[in-house]
Design a protein around this ligand. Structure first.
Ligand SMILES: Nc1nc2c(ncn2[C@@H]2O[C@H](COP(=O)(O)OP(=O)(O)O)[C@@H](O)[C@H]2O)c(=O)[nH]1
Ligand SMILES: [Mg+2]
Length: 399
């Protein structure tokens, strides 16, 4: 491959990327369009996707990048088998991590194509509009083309009323946040040029499942947007991965976009869970103490308190651990034996955190005598300590 000189012909065997024209040997042309497909348990759908793209993208140099989070149904190895028969198929296999948005980002970063589309791996998105999207985008006057369910001609398939209403509400919130007029900023089906994506990259939260919203909100300049309507189809095989907690993920994304530059959203989540632990603690403490006193009478009250306090601490630490595993570290959720080991390290971390709490609070109290200030300082130190240490020892990122 050689970089084209100004006077060299730009024809079918050349590609323009980063403002430069590259000329290729015929038969070695790289993709101009990369379709990034995040997958989790889509083994049966993967071949359908490849076949559908082959039909829809005749005359376009395309590739598909499946980004699979080590699906239990073996989607990644199915996709690799497809890739052995068709060089346009590529696979990014992630291990020990989950997340739709981060999968899309890594898929886009794994290709050199000047135009990238994001499309679901369950055949719900209508691949036949991809050529129209590419046509629109390659004119160069827009950064982004959204496959939109709301503009005229678009449709929702057979979504139920509640889901449509929820989606419209989320859309309204999103438009406020991005200050970009996208008819359907919640759409998971869109095509973007490389440069505007790279510009948004440093600001991305990569939390949850609304990657388009994330990109639009992170772009340093408002994205120039066009929309192409499509009708949402029904999922071909398998089931939806988006459960009740997607609302929580959406909230996390909004919080990160609003306050993420001040404090990490994970810390906010960790602190909120910690706050819930206080209620759990007092509830268990009261119930245990009342029960012990009712059974044994008021004698030895001091000893019953120690037992009740110990039980409350253990239960509250456990609920904190489980909630953090579910909410704060949803993308790195521990399971099975790792869950047990995580619980042990979390207890150890919190044990030291508790010692630090008492130490700092009593030190301050002895010097200044401000009860509430001392207590709050102790709590703050513990929260930061527990957060930092559990992120290292309990939910350490596997690289
Ligand atoms: N890599 C990856 N893909 C995911 C994850 N969760 C969902 N997906 C994929 O994202 C797409 C949309 O998810 P889906 O469950 O169909 O959501 P729904 O259409 O809103 O019900 C599908 O292709 C899923 O396989 C994830 O954690 N990691
Ligand atoms: Mg789907």
């Amino acid at each position: 491959m050689t970089e084209a000189l100004d006077d060299s012909p730009v024809g079918a065997n050349s590609v323009i990327a980063d403002g430069k024209s590259f000329v290729f040997e015929t038969g070695m042309l790289p993709a101009e369009l990369s379709v990034v497909v995040p997958t989790y348990n889509e083994a049966k759908n993967a071949p359908l996707i490849v076949a559908a793209l082959s039909r829809a993208l005749v005359g376009i140099r395309w590739e598909v990048v499946f980004v699979d989070d080590d699906s239990p149904d073996g989607t990644a190895s199915h996709a690799r088998a497809l890739a052995l028969g068709d060089p346009r198929v590529r696979v990014v296999h992630r291990y020990g991590r989950r997340g739709l948005a981060s999968a899309c980002v890594e898929g886009i970063l794994a290709t050199a194509a000047p135009y990238v589309a994001i499309m679901d791996g369950d055949m719900q998105h209508d691949e036949t509009i991809l050529p129209q999207m590419l046509d629109r985008l390659s004119k160069g006057d827009v950064d982004l083309v959204v496959g939109s369910r709301y503009v005229e001609g678009g449709g929702m398939g057979d979504w139920n009323k509640r889901r449509v209403a929820m989606s419209r509400f989320a859309t309204m919130l999103a438009n406020r946040l991005t200050k970009t007029a996208i008819g359907d900023p919640m759409s998971g089906f869109f095509m973007i040029a490389r440069a505007p994506f790279m510009a948004a990259l440093p600001g991305l939260s990569s939390i949850g499942f609304k990657i388009l919203l994330d990109i639009a909100a992170s772009s340093p300049t408002p994205l120039r947007v066009a929309e192409v309507p499509f009708t949402f189809r029904n999922r071909q095989h398998g089931e939806s991965k988006l459960d009740g907690l997607v609302l929580w993920e959406y909230l996390q994304l909004l919080i990160d976009k609003a306050f993420g530059h001040i404090v990490p959203v994970r810390f906010i989540s960790f602190a909120l869970v910690g706050g819930s632990g206080v209620f759990v603690h007092f509830f268990v403490l009261t119930v245990t103490l009342e029960t012990l006193l009712a059974i044994n009478g008021a004698s030895l009250e001091g000893r019953w308190f120690v037992i009740a306090q110990g039980a409350a601490t253990l239960v509250a630490t456990t609920t904190n651990f489980l909630l953090n595993n579910l909410l704060t570290y949803r993308d790195q959720r521990l399971k099975g034996a790792k869950l047990v080991w995580g619980w042990i390290t979390f207890n150890l971390v919190c044990g030291f955190g508790f010692a630090a709490n008492v130490g700092v609070a009593s030190w301050l109290y002895q010097r200044h005598n401000y009860l509430i200030v001392s207590a709050l300082a102790g709590i703050a130190v513990t929260t930061v300590w527990n957060y930092a240490m559990s992120s290292i020892f309990t939910w350490r990122k596997r690289g």
